[in-house]
Design a protein around this ligand. Sequence first.
Ligand code: PMP
Ligand code: GLN
Length: 387
Amino acid sequence: LTSRLPNVGTNIFTIMSQLALDHNAVNLGQGFPDFSPDPVLLELVNQAMHAGHNQYPAMAGVPALRQRIGEKIFSLYGHRYDESSEITVTSGATEALMSSLLALVHPGDEVIVIEPFYDLYIPGIQLAGGIPVVVSMNPPSASKPSYSVDWQRVEAAITKRTRMLVLNFPHNPTGIVLSEADLDALETLVEKHGILLLCDEVYEHITFDGRKHLSAASRPILAEKAVVISSFGKTYHITGWKVGYCTATAAIMAEIRKVHQFTVFTVSSPFQMALAQYVANPLPYTQLSAFYEKRRDYLSSNLEKTSFRPLPSEGTFFLLADYSAVSSLSELEFARWLTLEHGVTAIPVSAFYNAPKAQESNHGLIRLCFAKEDKTLDQAIERLARI
Ligand code: PMP
Ligand code: GLN
């Protein structure tokens, strides 16, 4: 059997979570919250089931939910998407990403991905027959302690065959966010080269120190060319429900829906019905940044007292920690060692690098997830402080 994805194995998040379970480690690896969702939301699901919402909903998603999503995007980012033709509810951001890539990338098209990157993008591009073109961020240095994107380098990678640029901000794993100047640079790129954007904005509601998420939907030039993707999983502590969505112009969305209808067709009806009511209340997502900022500060300030050095995190529920004062092991070996010997699980940053380079790439960094209860964070900090 010839593999369509010869370089793909079980993903790092699954591997590290299993390792954490096997060794009874505190799991700050895979990115999922360990908080319970709002009981109000749980009750809405229950009510939806009892009210008979248990059969196939509309292919593109429950109309009321699409309408609420449209209103929310308009109120936050000022762009009005038409819910009947420009918004689709998907099985998490994962399906939105995959359906978009399969629908929009033609065999031989080049798709630019900024490294480090979330693990799905490259296999997704390859399944569509596209050619991933990897552009590296500037890694942290003594003068600049966090990663940054060089838009000139991104532009230099654009050729006649470039179909799309994949963006993910707030960024997993580095925690960097976009500035207005970044959006300006992107607008110039898009106007000049006419490429599509695939904007993974699943952490849109988690930004720190007064920063606001700057969505591609907030700039008409970008919105015209962008598929903007988000997920309720990150926002409401419901990663297991797998409900997300994408927005794009009607012409782009028509293509995405062709794939969506033949992969999942539609998304769980009671969850959509419950979310349709819940999303109208802005409080849960407007409070989310403050909720996570406290946890970022707690983990970060406590790491400062250990041999690990936290890097700044501007958004997401991740931060990177430099372990070079502790060990010279590669990131993958270090992450294994940390679980086995010290009972704390993290994700090696090399997992977010292109496969052939992943082994060499060694910035001495692990990713820690702080979407965890206080006692979980305390236990991890206590263990890391002993190293
Ligand atoms: N994109 C990024 C950057 C993510 O971190 C994740 C998951 N944590 C996803 C997409 C997938 O989101 P979902 O669980 O909604 O499929
Ligand atoms: N996105 C999550 C992370 O970055 C994991 C999702 C998954 O396990 N596929 O940790």
